[in-house]
Design a protein around this ligand. Structure first.
Ligand code: ZN
Length: 300
């Protein structure tokens, strides 16, 4: 007694060699039009487990190859993409998104250390310390004066005083990933100006920063975790401190090595450009961060 629906599926698979996804005729193991596999049977539980383990354990799998180059061979992933060798690695934007989600997830788990709103916090603490008499959030924010958005800024101030900035921090962490979509193209544009002669196309610069930021997010995630682990014991604190310091040194070194590998200028030239990039980056980053903080405050 065979199962009728299964029999129908089998017949369809062998008799009509058309892609289940886009309907193109199939000539091999994959669709030539949309690259979906020809074999689309729903996997058994065992097959699913096998596939999951294979993805994680195989040292030459896409994930591990990508991570190895991302962490230890600065610029390599960008060069591989430009050279057209792509299947062996995770696609750049997906890699970036995964690392960005990982970082902001960790940052939102320990938000206290994710965002240092020192100015605002110090101001609210000074205000609290100077006046032992309990004042309402309304009173404590009465001194706020602004030419634009005064009402909104006052409301945000009251909200920050009321919950010690918890909602505000949360909003900043939630807005930051979106702000990166402004920062990334901007930085890539300025970087293109730095490398004007001989010119490199804009997408190469954008791709370069997609990879560099994917690395930065991964490095900062590791640093963040090390920082948390360091709190557990004194010995761990020393070990994590050394590792943290190494990461802080490695990050700028990584950028210079990546610039050298991808854009192939001499060392003095690359070094000069990296210093210029650092200054431009700080400028664009502070504008983006100010925008993010303002946006989060106005939404409170
Ligand atoms: Zn197809």
């Amino acid at each position: 007694m065979s199962n009728p629906p299964q029999a129908t599926v089998k017949t369809e698979l062998t008799a009509t060699p058309y892609c289940k996804n886009c309907g193109a005729p199939l000539t091999g193991a994959y669709c030539a039009d949309c690259s979906q596999r020809a074999d689309v049977h729903v996997p058994s539980t065992l097959e699913l487990i096998h596939e999951a383990l294979e993805g994680v354990t195989h040292s030459d799998s896409r994930l591990w190859m990508t991570m190895k180059y991302l962490l230890f061979v600065p610029g390599k992933l960008t060069l591989e993409f430009v050279a057209g060798r792509r299947v062996a690695y995770l696609p750049p934007f997906r890699l970036y998104l995964v690392m960005s989600v990982l970082f902001f997830l960790i940052a939102s788990i320990w938000p206290g250390e994710a965002v240092h709103l020192t100015g605002l916090e110090a101001a609210s603490k000074t205000a609290a310390g100077a006046t032992p008499v309990a004042r309402t959030p309304q009173q404590r924010c009465d001194d706020v004066h602004s030419d634009i958005f005064e009402a909104q800024i006052k409301r945000a101030c009251e909200r920050i005083v009321r919950d010690n900035g918890e909602a505000f921090k949360h909003d900043v962490v939630a807005t930051a990933p979106k702000a990166m979509f402004i920062l990334l193209p901007l930085i890539a544009f300025f970087h293109m100006l730095l490398y004007w002669f001989p010119r490199q196309r804009y997408p190469v610069h954008l791709l370069f920063f997609v990879h560099v930021h994917a690395f930065a997010f991964l490095a900062m995630s590791i640093a963040w975790l090390l920082n948390q682990i360091g709190h557990l014991s004194l010995t761990l604190d020393t070990v994590c401190g050394v590792l943290l310091a190494s990461i802080m040194v490695y990050m700028p070194v990584y950028l210079v090595l990546a610039m050298k590998r991808v854009f192939r200028r001499g060392w003095p030239n690359t070094f000069f450009k990296s210093v210029a990039l650092f200054v431009i980056y700080l400028f664009v980053l502070s504008i983006t961060m100010a925008g993010t903080v303002l946006y989060a405050a106005l939404r409170l």
